[in-house]
Design a protein around this ligand. Structure first.
Ligand code: PLP
Length: 381
């Protein structure tokens, strides 16, 4: 077998289409929705997830996730939906970690009961608490690590061992870590999903999703997904492939900046807590070191004076108050006012989401400029 190349080389080159006709350096884009139906070939059609650009991008994602096959969708939620519904039927049960992306929780709460699919939400990170929820009709265990917005970390090896013992599919949302910092399939997780809107796209201008898994599982997901729709347009597929060439270099820069910012914030007298898996004060620091290569570009911190949250974010000049994450630009958001605004204050407090909490998606700007921006805003509150 050929020696596996480094993450930067794979980000740039893996999956790329070779331009045999004109020998250009980048993948050509094929926009056809109609292909010759030659005998023996799979019929090519964008909704079948099998056009040249979709396959090229899927191969890049599979390579970066150390998986046999990849698949690209029109959104992260489309990918998450397909990863579960391709396997579930009425009467089944799913065990979820409760600290999930808000949109995922919303899908579960709103859609599952319509299809008579049961679920359990587990608040703890202890594997025994997940084991306790497994029933005879359980089919899937679904986790997200590090989680949004508290950066909680769950043990991927324990999750995969539990899933195998009970013949369940294990699924992880790997959006926050990105394939650069964490490869869940190395720990035996069956299906890796991404909101490619975040780090894979990386420039806050693409909405997309991705799945990486074994050939058998991806083929099964494709056979259902051609009925759900949800493929990504060829233009955006091409742009995402282009964007992912810098994935490794971007995420490494973001992870480096985030670690320094986390250390800076931890010493700041205006801040009561900093959540970042790369800090020794993080409850799962040792586990994070074991299962992550880097700790990622996401962190959250709480202001001691909760009422100053809006003022503080308004005073920032470089760091933008904005909802999404994973872009080259630094963005900051108040979960209590945005992603978790729809649930009650009591429930938020129960989840550990205080009014003073800010989620920070650290960009690739020069570190000192980010520290200076935070300092001048702290000085004004
Ligand atoms: C944004 C996000 C999603 C949803 O992805 P969309 O691209 O918005 O559909 C899922 N999981 C996580 C962790 C996210 O941050």
């Amino acid at each position: 077998m050929e020696k596996k190349k480094g993450l930067n080389t794979r980000s740039v080159h893996d999956g790329e289409l070779i331009d045999d006709l004109y020998e250009g350096a980048v993948s050509p884009i094929y926009l056809s929705t109609a292909y010759n139906y030659s005998e023996g070939d799979d019929d090519k059609y964008p909704r079948y997830f099998n056009t040249p650009n979709q396959l090229a991008l899927s191969n890049k994602i599979a390579s970066l996730e150390n998986c046999e096959k990849g698949l690209v969708f029109g959104s992260g939620i489309a990918a998450i939906f397909a990863s579960m519904f391709s396997f579930l039927k009425s009467g089944d049960h799913v065990v979820f970690q409760s600290s999930l992306y808000g949109g995922t929780i919303n899908m579960v709460v709103k859609e599952f009961k319509k299809f008579n699919i049961e679920y359990s939400l587990v608040e703890s990170l202890e594997i025994n608490d997940y084991q306790k929820e497994i029933k005879s009709n359980t089919k899937i265990i679904y986790v997200e690590t590090p989680s949004n917005p508290l950066l909680q970390v769950i043990d991927l090896k324990e999750v995969s061992v539990l899933a195998k013992k009970h013949k369940l599919l294990s699924i992880i949302d790997n959006t926050f870590a990105s394939p650069i910092n964490q490869n869940p399939s190395d720990f035996g997780i069956d299906i890796v999903v991404h909101s490619a809107t975040k780090y894979l796209g990386g420039h806050s201008d693409i909405l997309a999703g991705a799945i990486a898994s074994s050939k058998t599982i991806i083929d099964k997901i494709v056979s259902s997904s051609i009925n759900y729709g949800g493929n990504l347009s060829e233009h955006t597929v091409w742009l995402l492939e282009r964007s992912m060439k810098t994935l490794c270099i971007r995420v490494n820069a973001q992870s480096e900046n985030a670690l320094r910012i986390a250390n800076f914030l931890e010493k700041n007298k205006n801040v009561s807590i900093v959540n970042y898996p790369g800090l020794q004060s993080h409850p799962q620091y040792d586990l994070s070191k074991k299962q992550m290569r880097g700790f990622g570009g996401m962190l959250s911190f709480a202001l001691k004076d909760e009422k100053k949250v809006n003022q503080f974010t308004r005073f920032l000049k470089i760091i933008k108050p904005a909802g999404s994450l994973g872009g080259v630009e630094s963005t900051i958001t108040s979960p209590a006012l945005t992603s978790h605004a729809k649930i009650s204050k009591e429930q938020r407090e129960k989840f550990g989401i205080s009014e003073g909490l800010l989620r920070f998606s650290v960009g690739i700007e020069d570190y000192q400029d980010l520290e200076d921006d935070l300092t001048q805003a702290f000085n004004k509150i």
